[in-house]
Every structure is written in structure tokens, then in C-alpha cells.
Design a protein around this ligand. Structure first.
Ligand code: ATR
Length: 281
């Protein structure tokens, strides 16, 4: 019997993860299976336990269970603990290990696939929900010159920035010589500010909604990164019209999967051919 892995979510039918991990397994010669499992909204824990009892070795976790996965884990990586969310679980004799590979997936996509260094850059992170939270530590580890969290509800951005600044002042995680402090503001306070990288971690794009941000946030040669993939969001259109280089989040999806695969199997797959295949190139 090959080792079993799965992605669990609700909904999960449209997940690209089975296709991505099947490609990785073929490419690296790993004997494993990977399926999609729909868990009932009130049955995440039971679904995970049933999978473990039938020989499951690891799982990816998607919406809306990432926070619950973090609570279910018996051990957590720093980045999952700080994010308060886990997208990758490993099942072994010690219990359930929870990690979060979303943020490092974003950073890898920006660095390796898009060829941009985050170090020394002025970075604007839009949104203060779960998706934004998961990316803050990996972004800080790259030592940008500035990291500003901007949210429609400015109070939520302030709380998130405060939380990271406090954890950092208590030396709960190492960030080297990055920016002195994570800053925060409301979307409407962005007028007059410019950034080298603007990352959309809001859920506005999924709903086809426009973010109320000024064109001036996109500095010359800016990279505008949309975490959503598979559709052209109003943010992407605005950024393109404002002269920014635009990317969707498909590369982040493939890179977070590669990091999970590495954690499970101890081998790092090549992501470029898989990303090309998904883009139909
Ligand atoms: P996720 O886990 O995907 O991050 P979430 O926790 O519900 O989802 O957070 C959604 C984020 O998108 C929030 O930052 C939200 O802003 P508010 O905190 O002000 O609600 C943001 N968001 C959603 N729709 C938006 C819109 N139309 N304009 C601006 N921000 C939006």
C-alpha cells in the first residue's frame, strides 16, 4: 500500500492540490497516494482521526479548517504558532505536527519564480485576516525595509501589527535586522504612500470586489501580488493600469505544496514544470 496523504476542506472539490502532489510524486519517484476529502463543517477532528486510523501519513488543510488544525496539533512549528493556523499536518508516532507553509510559499514564489528580492523593499500587505497573518513572519524574515499592514477596518490591522511587534520585542521569534516595527493603517490612510511590493491578502478579489486603494501605492517597478488565483481580480486590473508588474497566487499555491511535500517525504520537488503545466504552457 502506498503512503496516504490528502487535502481536507469544505469545499474541496476544486482543489488543485491532488494534481500538484501527483506531479511531485511522479517527478521524485515517491510511492504515495493523495486524495481530496470533504469534511463536514462540524467534523474536522473526526475526519482527521479517521484518516490517521486508516494509515494516513499527512494532510493539507484548507478553508475553513486551518485554525482548527492548529488547535488539533500536538506540536507546532514557530510559523504555524505565530500564524495561529496550520495548512500542513504530519502524523507520526509522536502525534500530530502542525506547520504553516503558506507564507514561505509566497516568499519562494516572489523570490524564485518572479525573481524579486524582498530584502530592503517597502512592502504593503493588504488585509488583516487569516491569509495576511500567515505571511507576516516569513515576510519579516526576508528583512524588508518597511512592512505596512493596511486593512479596511484599521483597528484590526493595528491589533495584528501590535501582536507581531510585541512577540518580536519578547524575542519570541528571530527577525534579524528587518524593519524596526511592523506598521499599520486603514486603506484610506494609504494616500501619499508608495511601495515596491503590494500584496493582496484580502478576500475582496474572491468576491470580485474592488479594494479602495489609491493608484499611488504602486511605486515605479512595483510588484503587485494577488493571493487569489484562477481569476483576474479588480486589484490585478487596477495594479496593471497603474503600471505595476502583476502576479496571481498560483505560484504561491505550488510553492506551499512543495514545502509540505518536502516536510512529508524529505525530498524537494522541482516546482517550475508543475507551475508551467498548471498554467497550460
Ligand atoms: P481570510 O482568512 O481569507 O484572510 P478573513 O479572516 O475573513 O479571511 O479576512 C478577510 C480580509 O479581507 C479582511 O482583512 C477584510 O477586511 P475587514 O477586516 O475590514 O473586514 C478584507 N476584505 C474583504 N472584503 C473586502 C473589501 N471589499 N474591501 C476591503 N477589504 C476587504
Amino acid at each position: 500500500m502506498p503512503d496516504r496523504y490528502a487535502v481536507v476542506g469544505h469545499p474541496v472539490a476544486h482543489s488543485q492540490s491532488p494534481r500538484i502532489h501527483a506531479s511531485f510524486a511522479r517527478q521524485t519517484g515517491q510511492d504515495m497516494s493523495y486524495e481530496a476529502i470533504l469534511a463536514p463543517l462540524d467534523g474536522f477532528g473526526a475526519t482527521v482521526r479517521a484518516f490517521i486510523s486508516t494509515g494516513g501519513r499527512g494532510m493539507n488543510v484548507t478553508v475553513p479548517f486551518k485554525e482548527e488544525a492548529c488547535r488539533l496539533a500536538t506540536r507546532l512549528s514557530d510559523r504555524a504558532g505565530v500564524a495561529g493556523a496550520a495548512n500542513t499536518l504530519v502524523f507520526d508516532e509522536h502525534g500530530i505536527y502542525g506547520d504553516n507553509t503558506d507564507g514561505v510559499g509566497l516568499v519562494r514564489d516572489i523570490r524564485h519564480n518572479l525573481g524579486r528580492n524582498i530584502a530592503g523593499q517597502r512592502v504593503l500587505l493588504l488585509g488583516a485576516g487569516g491569509a495576511a497573518r500567515g505571511t507576516i513572519l516569513p515576510l519579516l524574515l526576508e528583512q524588508p525595509a518597511q512592512l505596512v499592514i493596511a486593512n479596511r477596518t484599521s483597528e484590526k490591522a493595528r491589533r495584528l501589527a501590535d501582536e507581531f511587534n510585541e512577540a518580536r520585542s519578547l524575542a519570541l521569534f528571530p527577525v534579524g535586522s528587518g524593519p524596526a516595527k511592523v506598521q499599520s493603517c486603514g486603506l484610506i490612510e494609504l494616500a501619499g504612500q508608495a511601495f515596491d511590493m503590494v500584496i493582496d491578502a484580502t478576500s475582496a478579489g474572491l468576491a470580485g470586489e474592488l479594494l479602495e486603494i489609491p493608484d499611488s501605492v504602486f511605486a515605479p517597478d512595483c510588484l503587485a501580488y494577488e493571493m487569489v488565483y484562477g481569476q483576474k481580480t479588480p486589484f490585478m486590473t487596477q495594479a496593471h493600469c497603474a503600471g505595476a508588474r502583476v502576479s496571481d497566487g498560483l505560484g504561491m499555491l505550488v510553492e506551499q505544496a512543495a514545502e509540505a511535500f518536502h516536510l512529508w517525504r524529505g525530498v524537494r520537488p522541482e516546482t517550475t514544470p508543475v507551475l508551467k503545466e498548471l498554467r497550460g504552457k
